[in-house]
Design a protein around this ligand. Structure first.
Ligand SMILES: Cc1cc2nc3c(=O)[nH]c(=O)nc-3n(C[C@H](O)[C@H](O)[C@H](O)COP(=O)(O)O)c2cc1C
Length: 192
């Protein structure tokens, strides 16, 4: 057994997201974000296909995406509340990293495993941001799943999907507690 790392376990046992709406400026600058991105990319990846990519969305891009979400939401005839929610995550965020799944053709690694790898990147990114002292939140919402928004606003190829928008900024209020699962309820032990 290798040496236990109590600080990492303590982090994992107490970690929690900070709601995107409560994040303030500043977000990390490029130098501060670099190790966070680096950590995110050190994620499990069957076959070393690297079936993902990251897009860092700075203020100008976030403003453009908020406008695009309002235009697209109106074209979809969404309720005003849903349009505001979809656009608001870009309006409010100090900095956003979009985690994009980009599955590769493979006989060996099913697409579901490649999507799982992209989700692992997303969680590692979130945890690395939190461990670095930033507030962070993994959101999606309809802009992540609308094919026209994905193509026209984010420039994604047809086979690419948004796994998450990870919003990163400065914590402004104490994060709310969130009920956590009871291991007794969801863990089954099989001994034979
Ligand atoms: C794939 C995915 C998408 C999510 N999208 C949203 C979202 O659009 N809006 C939202 O309020 N929470 C969303 N969440 C939930 C939050 O990111 C997060 O689970 C919640 O805030 C608690 O996170 P924590 O366990 O890190 O504290 C999403 C979570 C996942 C895994």
């Amino acid at each position: 057994m290798s040496t236990p790392d109590a600080a990492v376990m303590e982090f994992l046992l107490t970690r929690r997201s900070r709601p995107a709406k409560t994040l303030g400026a500043p977000g990390p600058d490029r130098a501060a974000l670099a190790p966070i991105l680096h950590a995110a990319l050190r994620s499990p990846d069957h076959g070393k296909l690297e079936p993902w990519r990251l897009m860092v969305l700075e203020r100008g891009a976030l403003d453009r995406l908020a406008r695009a979400a309002r235009t697209r939401g109106a074209a979809l005839e969404l309720a005003e509340r849903d349009i505001s929610k979809g656009a608001g995550q870009f309006d409010d965020s100090p900095l956003t990293v979009a985690v994009i799944a980009a599955p590769k053709p493979s006989d060996k690694v099913p697409e579901i495993e490649q999507i799982c790898s992209a989700a692992a990147v997303c969680l590692s990114l979130l945890n690395a941001a939190l461990a670095s002292g930033w507030g962070a939140n993994w959101l999606t919402g309809w802009p992540a799943h609308d094919d026209v928004f994905r193509r026209d606003a984010l420039g994604l190829a047809p086979h690419e999907r948004v796994i998450g928008f990870v919003h990163i900024g400065t914590e402004t209020v104490a994060p709310p507690e969130r009920p956590r699962p009871d291991p007794q309820e969801v863990v089954t032990w099989l001994s034979a």
